[in-house]
Design a protein around this ligand. Structure first.
Ligand code: NAD
Length: 361
């Protein structure tokens, strides 16, 4: 298979971690007979330096024509960087919003998986962790409260602010279809999270999700209220497989789910549109405090590349091989500084990438 990948290294540790993910992809190509071709474009602070804007139309167009995008991270030290003395739409992070919108990436997938080797970093008690957990949060990314009409006004001398939460059935259906498709590649269990006891938008959400479920008889569907879900995530995380939810609930629950894995350098993510196209990136930022020091953990980006293989290229076997290689490196006791523990061997960014690539079978 020939795959055209646009890479966006971005700022801070971005170039270091994307380099390692490409190293791993190249090894996958070698072992499984695929060709990955990379076209690099600028986004974020580096694009501001080169072109005066965080994302050029040309860069967006190049990304649009590719099969998938692999992103590092954008942004500098917010309190102390030349990129922030400008209007919000000219700051590095505006590039992110522009590319998500420009590529119509409405479905955000964030896995939360507990490696037993890193279980000590999990803030939950051992009896709650049990055999660990392995879930993905599927969050709607371009609708709901964050995109609704909003205003602040004075009513009878009192300030009043209004935000509106709107979803139409098409927006719900397309994200539900993504969630059920992904459940078919996993344990075939969707928990749809809403607030249907209060919100009309949630009642419509539930109705449409139930309609979509009829096309997936092998997948079990459950509904859960968002407040209960927030509790269940820390009481019994092992029960979740695919969590399907709207934008704001997903924003909060995905952070909660990632927190219980205990390590930000391990968390991958994907944002998909209606086709197989997706943008894949670690959940963390550009970590300017450790940039250029060979300290960054590249695993979140490597695992994001594995998601690219699985969801954009349908290469499940190859994605499994990347995930198994990460698992093996951890089992053998190699750790970057952020996840290091007594008795383990500390390695830098480049060595971690090499160790993973060497274990692709
Ligand atoms: P951050 O995620 O960059 O860093 C938080 C802490 O985690 C830091 O101590 C950092 O050293 C550490 N860390 C993060 N990733 C790591 C890795 N792979 N290996 C080892 N340690 C890691 O968050 P922040 O400091 O709040 O933000 C820094 C910049 O990143 C800001 O400009 C912010 O706007 C930007 N940001 C970008 C994205 C993105 O591009 N998607 C996401 C979040 C933040």
């Amino acid at each position: 298979m020939n795959c055209n990948i646009v890479t966006i290294p971005g700022d801070g540790i971005g170039p270091e971690i994307v380099r390692e993910a490409c190293k791993v992809l190249d090894k996958v190509g070698e072992v499984y007979g695929h060709t990955f071709t990379y076209t690099e474009v600028l986004m974020g602070g580096c694009s501001i330096d080169a072109y005066g804007v965080p994302l050029t139309d040309e860069a967006l167009e190049t990304a649009r024509k590719s099969d998938a995008v692999l992103l590092g991270a954008v942004g500098g030290n917010v309190g102390n960087s030349r990129w922030y003395d400008v209007a919000p739409q000219l700051r590095p992070e505006a590039g992110l919003l522009a590319i998500r919108k420009g590529l119509n990436l409405f479905a955000n997938i964030r896995p939360a998986y507990l490696y037993k080797e890193l279980a000590d970093a999990c803030p939950l008690k051992k009896e709650i962790i049990g055999d660990g957990f392995d879930m993905v949060i599927m969050r709607e990314l371009t609708g709901g409260l964050y995109f609704g009409e909003r205003h602040t006004e004075e009513v009878d001398g009192v300030l009043q602010a209004t935000d509106t939460l709107t979803y139409n059935e098409n927006e719900i259906r397309r994200i539900a279809v993504k969630a059920f498709d992904i459940a078919m590649k996993r344990k075939k269990h969707v928990i749809s999270v809403d607030k249907a006891n209060v919100l009309d938008s949630s009642r419509l959400w539930r109705k449409v999700v139930e309609e979509v479920a009829k096309d997936y008889p092998e997948v079990t569907l459950e509904h859960m209220l968002v407040d209960n879900c927030a509790m269940q995530l820390v009481m019994n995380p092992g029960q979740f497989d695919v969590v399907l939810t709207e934008n704001m609930f997903g924003d909060i629950l995905s952070d909660e789910a990632s927190m219980i894995t205990g390590s930000i350098g391990m968390l991958s993510s994907a944002s998909l549109n209606e086709t197989r196209f997706g943008m894949y990136e670690p959940s963390h930022g550009s970590a300017p405090d450790i940039a250029g020091k060979d300290l960054a953990n590249p695993i979140a980006t490597v695992l994001s590349a594995a998601m690219m293989l699985r969801y954009s290229f349908d290469l499940d076997k190859e994605a499994d091989a990347v995930e198994a290689a990460v698992q093996q490196v951890l089992t053998e006791g190699y750790r970057t500084a952020d996840i290091w523990a007594e008795g383990c061997e500390k390695v830098g960014t480049a060595q971690m990438g090499r160790l993973i690539a060497d274990r692709i079978r």
